[in-house]
Write a protein that binds this ligand. Structure first.
Ligand code: G1P
Ligand code: ZN
Length: 543
């Protein structure tokens, strides 16, 4: 069995974004395509000879082939050991957990998150560093630069290795350790949450439905919820990971998790519902006939954090992405801890977590997490909620209502205008930017603009500045409109309009969200000219 050196030529555009390199499966299946990227990555890493690498993915189409290629290339490049999830499976947060738990050099996560899977759909590869978090930009930039002048890669000339049985084998001089993908992760969860109290709650008849959306969290949810916590069999639906996610779009929101939503808003609704996405880092949380916005979820978890053993000593700070509602800030203020507002994208939380400035963090886009790993974590958020429910012995809705009474309610919604022609979207944002100085003082009925800017962030740890992160329009009454272009859309441009209105009066906590936000929706349109420029009447997706 010998390492062979294969001559190759560069593929254009192997530029990893913040969530790695994401392309169609067809692109990845071209001869040498994945190999070029993996070799470019290895060429940019230093001092890894003899160390451990973690490998796993969300189980989507091409996951297994990719794992085999990576194993053979890791061996040929001199890694000492690869820890690979059984069947090639590791959720994104579990990969982060395994890297940290075993002090691995780094890890390769195979996923395209919530994007559909299958031969004609998406695949992705992402590199995480030793702290368990996504590689910083200087690493991904170096990998991209290397990919543009790569001329050969190293791979072991050997048959595929069995990754379906837990155990250890050797590949050339490298150890391949096939690990149970759930074990380290479940053990970490047991240190954070009161499993005994949650188990008792299930034993007393508490009913829950978890929709794994035929994606990676199935095995985790089965093992933890139905296994360790004793939830009734059938609690987990769509729990078998499928290469094409059963043809579904594994994104946990009210639109895509329709099976769960129908049940939770139906006649015999369970007490609690939750869903996670393709690779297990996102979460949606529901009470009986009740939807919890991700922004509220972060605030409620923060306010109740000390009920969970892992957070009993209190939080160091709370971080949220700028478009996330300011509900979490109110909790931070009451607790007397730091509140951080970062640009969209999980990577900005890493420094705050590493520096011990923040413990919890979250985004309005169904991402919540803490310093336990360096990725957002879907099942962790669900277990956190179960811990809070077990401790408080109240329905989800009652907990939210009490929270709103104490802190006020932030009515919140995001309107996405998808697939706008790029030139139109760019012109709209450019004109908005130019109009910023003229906005303060403008009145729209009862709404007066108090301030407007284009969000810029100075990282408190390394001092780096990230600018032009979205237009913020603040009203004197406390309402807010944020407008920015998506950085992850694939077709044309996506305009995201985030609408938010603060309501302190508990007598007004039962209003319809869209109706309450209607004046702001109209103002956003008036200021940005969305309908006029796009020729469309309504947003594509409203969450
Ligand atoms: C979207 C979400 C953002 C999240 C990112 C990656 O980015 O809005 O919160 O971090 O996906 O999951 P966007 O398309 O808005 O740039
Ligand atoms: Zn994801």
């Amino acid at each position: 069995m010998s390492a062979k050196i294969v001559a190759t030529t560069p593929f254009p555009g192997q530029k990893p974004g913040t969530s790695g390199l994401r392309k169609k499966v067809k692109t990845f299946r071209q001869p040498h395509y994945l190999e070029n990227f993996v070799q470019s990555l290895f060429d940019c890493l230093e001092g890894f000879k003899g160390t451990s690498l973690v490998v796993g993915g969300d189980g989507r189409f091409f996951n297994r082939e990719a794992v085999q290629i990576i194993l053979k290339m890791a061996a040929a490049n001199g890694f000492g050991r690869v820890m690979v999830g059984q069947g090639g499976i590791l959720s994104t947060p579990a990969a982060s957990c395994v890297i940290r738990a075993h002090g691995a050099y780094g890890g390769i996560v195979l996923s395209a998150s919530h994007n559909p899977g299958g031969p004609d759909e998406d695949f992705g590869i992402k590199y995480n560093i030793g702290n368990g978090g996504p590689a910083p930009e200087k690493v991904t930039e170096a990998v991209y630069a290397r990919s543009r002048d790569i001329s050969e890669y190293r791979i072991l000339d050997t048959p595929d290795i069995d990754i379906d049985e837990v155990g250890t084998a050797t590949l050339g001089g490298m150890i391949v350790q096939v690990i149970d993908p759930v074990e380290d992760y479940a053990a970490l969860m047991e240190t954070l949450f009161d499993f005994q109290a949650i188990r008792a709650m299930f034993a007393e008849g508490f009913r829950m439905r978890f929709d794994a959306m035929s994606a990676v969290t199935g095995p985790y949810a089965h093992a933890i919820l139905e296994g360790r916590l004793g939830a009734a069999p059938g609690t987990v639906i769509n729990g078998q990971p499928k290469e094409d996610f059963g043809g579904h779009h594994p994104d946990p929101n009210l639109v895509h998790a329709h099976e769960l939503v129908a049940e939770i808003f139906g006649p015999d609704a369970p007490d609690f519902g939750a869903a996670s996405d393709g690779d297990g880092d996102r979460n949606m949380v529901l009470g009986r006939r009740f939807y919890v916005t991700p922004s509220d979820s972060l605030a409620v978890l923060a306010a109740n954090a000390t009920l969970a053993p892992g957070y009993a000593r209190g939080l160091k700070g709370i971080a949220r992405s700028m478009p996330t509602s300011r509900a979490a800030d109110r909790v931070a203020a009451k607790l007397g801890i730091g509140a951080f507002e970062t640009p969209t994208g999980w990577k900005f939380f890493g420094n705050l977590l590493d520096a011990g400035l923040a413990t919890l963090c979250g985004e309005e886009s169904f991402g919540t997490g803490s310093d336990h790993v360096r990725e957002k974590d879907g099942l962790w958020a669900v277990l956190f909620w179960l811990n809070v429910l077990a401790a408080r012995q109240q329905p989800v809705e009652a907990i939210l209502r009490e929270h709103w009474s104490a802190y006020g309610r932030d009515y919140y919604s995001r309107h996405d205008w998808e697939a706008i022609e790029t030139t139109i979207a760019d012109a709209m944002i450019a004109d908005l930017r130019a109009s910023l100085p003229t906005l303060p003082g403008q009145r729209f009925g009862a709404f007066e603009i108090a301030a407007a800017d284009d969000f810029a962030y100075t990282d408190p740890v390394d001092g780096s500045v990230t600018s032009r992160q979205g237009i913020r329009i603040l009203f004197a009454c406390g309402a807010r409109i944020v407008m920015r272009l998506s950085g992850t859309g694939t077709e044309g441009a996506t305009l995201r309009v985030y609408l938010e209105r603060f309501e302190p009066d508990p007598a007004r906590h039962d209003l319809d969200t869209q109706e309450t936000l209607a004046p702001l929706i109209a103002i956003a349109d008036q200021i940005a000219g969305i309908r006029r420029r796009t020729g469309r009447e309504v947003a594509t997706v409203i969450t």
